[in-house]
Design a protein around this ligand. Sequence first.
Ligand code: 0K2
Ligand code: SF4
Length: 345
Amino acid sequence: MTSPATDRTDVRRRVLLAAPRGYCAGVDRAVVAVEKALDHYGAPVYVRKEIVHNKHVVETLAARGAVFVDETDQVPEGARVVFSAHGVSPAVRESAAARNLLTIDATCPLVTKVHKEAVRFAADDYDILLIGHDGHEEVEGTQGEAPEHIQVVNSPDAVDDVVVRDPERVVWISQTTLSVDETMETVRRLRERFPHLQDPPSDDICYATQNRQVAVKKLAPDCDVVLTVGSANSSNSVRLVEVALDAGARSSYRIDGAAEIDPAWFEGAATVGVTSGASVPEVLVDQVLARLAELGYGEVEEVRTATEDLMFSLPRELRADLKAAGNGDPRPRREGRRALDVQPV
Ligand code: 0K2
Ligand code: SF4
């Protein structure tokens, strides 16, 4: 296979591979929860919304018997349903209970943490400014905890439209998968308007989102092209495409997998950066690297900015059933990797 740069013997062609990349602890837990539910209870296992925003993951689980639905009223009475990693509002839980559904809650514990903040600030009668993308499932779930207290702020420019009851009693919280820099700009503009604006008690943009952005920022200035593996509806993946460009990559593309690579992107390119979103299985990155090698980019150098060893226990309901059947959590423990039992209350 020839490459656009094959005839240029003077150029050292290489790949800079971001680390961390790919699966975060919340995604690993959610995907394994569906796999174990299929193994233990048998198909079909219903899943409300995409368990994570990745086409390959959803198609693979669907082929094994997972049935993805938009709402709980599409699940037969009394059947088992998994809630996705992005979380659900109390209204969804109530509707599932009304249909006697057996629920497995795969909401990431770090999303649940934000829900709890919302509940607490609403109980204290704050106006809560939820920085995030309207219509995203995580934002719908968080807003549903206290809709009368929460308004969504989509972008820095949306700050001008915010109206609050008492400017001295305002707090911001956020979606977990946003661009850190853009969110800080939104907060800066909010604080210009509301000097008494309170910060959330800890970072809402999660460790995995932050780590993947730091890694791609480090390699982007050295890259002619950055490829982010991730699906179009994956907020954190799409943010990586933007962050790479902002950080100095000459061009930046999102791809679901190797088949979407267009060799024309690499015309005259010496260095290609590769990263992947938090919902992306490593096999897709491996296939991208294999395709890049065919195109002349066979030398791969990892650019690591952090090491991650966080792991969350499987959802409580599932764990109890697996334990009763004599099965444990199937995931391998790496040294220093603990299964944190951070469960929704
Ligand atoms: O980045 P998104 O929130 O759109 O979601 P995914 O691509 O599924 O990544 C996992 C994050 C899930 C919850 O935070
Ligand atoms: Fe949890 Fe962060 Fe992963 Fe979302 S991206 S599932 S908040 S660890």
